[in-house]
Design a protein around this ligand. Structure first.
Ligand code: MLT
Length: 416
């Protein structure tokens, strides 16, 4: 083995297939724009909100900034887990309202679900077997590759040692729990990227699987606000037994336009345990707390005040209207693209449309065609995993005008 004088790198990073998906798309779009500076590109690629912050949030931000400028109200470091006022608003607004009891010390406020979902793997052993649905939000896979929990990528684009559960049209993009061994499974509902949503019965099968296999579910509910049917579960804790086997993550990014503000939270119930090499049960809540206290100094006070404003009557009304606005975009995309003859999934309880490409085009070839012919940016399905090949994701986050314009261009170019 080569042992030079310089610092050795974490070679697990070299297993990663390419750059992170969204910067890679950004690079291709920038290259296209460089050679076609006049092309009016519409971005429906990365799911990034476009509506400005709601007035009640802006005013909470202003007030909090004013407090920070007063000697009497100024705050330095806050609690690593988040301020009590936000934690209580979360417990009441997101959980008690649906009959779920979450204790204050089970809530961990953070600056984003991307970080939480990438960081959570740190508290688990290095030979933990990870299961993911495929296609999947790339962070769950890449963070575990970086941590050395997989081998190299194979020719199907799968990392050795990771369990992939194909999400296909045949299983309505909702794969069943694995039959092979897995210790941790990442689930996301409403799903990014397929835009489909889990039913109560489906989640119950997962919880039953986790409990009978001593496994843990990491449930990413970043898009729960987009569920339009009140009978569908919004939290995994609506499912019997989930407190013993599931961690839940939620975000203010999409539900309240916080992608540039940054605030999210993770719930770690106290019943949840893992085992050490001696076979002793260890609290996952206390490990996560230890990890956060060491590596995180909390989301900023100003931002947490803004997040708490989401739960006021006015905040709920205003952010609810924004969600409804994006969901109307999703409806228009579904309708317009179906009219153009595309097979469409998702977009009913999620801000993402998952569409099959045409004429056997690969996801990236379809991406290039969309970009060069329609000047519309989407996300190639294969970027989310090998089973996403032949699919393409469109995000409903944009202005009405841009969404209508994009639909018109796609219908003109691809319409039948
Ligand atoms: C996406 O487009 O998948 C999301 O915006 C990515 C994210 O939330 O990090």
């Amino acid at each position: 083995m080569f042992r030079g004088l310089m610092a050795q790198i974490n070679e697990n990073f070299q297993k990663l297939q390419a750059g992170y998906l969204f910067p890679e798309i950004g690079r291709r779009v920038a290259a296209f724009q460089q050679s076609n500076p006049k092309a009016p590109v519409i971005r429906l690629g990365i799911g990034d909100v476009t509506e400005p912050l709601a007035p009640s949030i802006v005013s909470a931000l202003h007030n909090a900034v004013d407090e920070m400028g007063q000697r009497a109200d100024f705050k330095g470091y806050g609690p690593e887990q988040g301020y009590g006022f936000l934690i209580d608003a979360i417990r009441e607004g997101d959980y008690k309202s649906r009959g779920i009891d979450i204790a204050g010390d089970e809530v961990f406020v953070s600056d984003g679900s991307k970080c939480d979902s990438g960081n959570i793997q740190e508290i688990f052993g290095s030979d933990t077997i990870i299961a993911v649905t495929d296609p999947v939000y790339p962070v769950y896979v890449d963070s575990n590759v970086m941590a050395g929990r997989t081998g190299e990528v194979n020719e199907q684009g799968r990392y050795e040692g990771m369990v992939y559960l194909p999400a296909t049209a045949e299983n309505y993009f909702m794969p069943e729990p694995p039959t092979e061994k897995a210790d941790i499974a990442f689930l996301c509902s409403p799903n990014n990227p397929t835009g489909t949503v889990a039913t109560r019965e489906y989640l119950q099968r997962w919880v039953n699987w986790a409990r009978s296999n001593d496994a843990i579910i990491i449930f990413d509910a970043a898009y729960e606000a987009f569920i339009t049917d009140p009978d569908l579960p919004r939290s995994i804790y609506e499912i019997d037994g989930a407190r013993e086997c599931a961690i839940e993550m939620r975000s203010f990014s999409k539900r309240a336009g916080f992608t540039g503000v940054r605030c999210a939270f993770t719930i770690v119930p106290k019943e949840l345990t893992g085992s050490n090499s001696k076979g002793e049960r260890v609290s996952i809540n206390s490990l996560w707390n230890r990890r956060q206290c060491t590596k995180f100094n909390g989301a900023s006070y100003v931002v947490q005040r803004a997040a708490a404003a989401v739960y006021t009557d006015q905040g709920l009304k205003e952010t609810g209207e924004q969600v409804a606005f994006y969901m109307e975009n999703a409806r228009l995309l579904r309708e317009g693209l179906s009219q153009a003859g595309f097979t469409i999934y998702g977009g009913e309880h999620a801000p993402y449309i998952w569409m099959a490409t045409r004429n056997g085009l690969s996801s990236w070839d379809f991406f290039d065609k969309m970009l060069s012919n329609c000047h519309v940016v989407g996300t190639p399905g294969s970027g989310f995993g090998p089973s996403g090949e032949g699919f393409f994701r469109l995000s409903a986050f944009n202005s009405r005008q841009n969404v209508e314009e994009a639909i018109g261009r796609i219908q003109k170019h691809f319409g039948r």
